[in-house]
Ligand binder design. Sequence first.
Ligand code: FES
Length: 87
Amino acid sequence: MAPDSGAFILFLLMDNYELYQVLRPRYVCLCFGLTEGDLKNAIFKHNIQTFDELQKQTKCSSNCGTCEGDVKKILNNILAETKKSID
Ligand code: FES
């Protein structure tokens, strides 16, 4: 059996709703159509270390601001993980 066959079997057992929940992109900033993946890509690509840098790069949280908490959580998680992997 291939190493990822367990995940494949799991996909086969999911109904359409469950598949949609797993595969859909998670939009974080609706005003600018930014997904969690977009933010993570920007953070890694531009070596972003602060919320202000991420905001300048992507415009996230610069309109209604309701996504600010989620954006900061994503950034903080990545910074914490990156620091852990350096230590
Ligand atoms: S949802 Fe991100 S600025 Fe409005």
